[in-house]
Design a protein around this ligand. Sequence first.
Ligand code: GLY
Length: 355
Amino acid sequence: MPTIEVRFASGTRTDCVIEPGALQRLPALCAGAGLGGTPGLLCDARVLSLHPDALLSLGEHFGDPIGRAVSEARKTLPEVEAMCEALTARGVGRDGYVVAIGGGVLTDLAGLAAALYLRGVPWVSVPSTLLAQVDAGLGGKTGANLSAGKNLIGAFHQPRLVICDPLLLATLPSRERWSGLAEVVKCALLEGGDLLQRCERDLEQAAAGEAEALAPLVEGAVRLKARIVAADEREGGQRAFLNLGHTVGHALEAATGYTHFSHGEAVALGLRGMLALCDGMPERDRALRLVERIRIAAGSGLDSGQREAALQAMRRDKKVRRGGVRFVLLERIGTPVLREASAEDCARALAAALA
Ligand code: GLY
């Protein structure tokens, strides 16, 4: 399996390794990337309980894993502070580094801790969920939530390495794999080509956790994201295309208190909503057929109050940007465009998402 090198205009570089068994090669990979000094291993407590032997053996090199019981509700600055206190207790110095093993909440928080600790130390992201491997792991967006919304505090801090081990995905609940596959399908619609064909052929096998089906999908999604973030590290342009399906998706999550839909389920519904607005798009039926295969365990019925809350969440997005609501649409598969959206477009997209 390949290493994908991402070089940013800012001069930083991330190497993404996608390889079954890569977790066990972590000490060698870190040494090969020139990381030295005292490391601090921040680890999602759930991953620690699922893979105790693997992580304790890594402890011989990185010191005992610092287990953190994180959740979306605890994705806060006090948790970042607690991580930094733990790094101090470990004696991690300016020449040291942070290794973060876990889902997107853990890697976002640990990446932010690495950005702030001693005014910034290098870090290594080891995403343990499919969603994190294909999205949060790469691109350097770190963050924490405020009561007003998700990821309202953060920093761009590129990890030196992103290690995606498909073997970690075998222990995921099926609903979590489907959640990650929604992001892979989003990438396939942005990319077309081989990734799209693989999704069409292997989606259910990947959802069942078959490594031979999953690994190429992870690689295809990471390659697409690598290309986009290398060209637009800070989302001044094409990085926004990665938000395909997310304006409606985020609104659905916010309107239902972030507990009803998984992130991927909300994105899958958001993709349906966007495709409804892609009038004249050739292959729209093909795209819809793929999106509709994404399994959504949560019921998609929302009451009228929740629908109104979702529309308001889309409008809040507009207020933060001081412009109109902008949707990512597809002119065709592989050709995304940004379009200003009217209130009527928002209502139409929401209705189609929930139809
Ligand atoms: N999750 C979208 C991005 O990293 O830009």
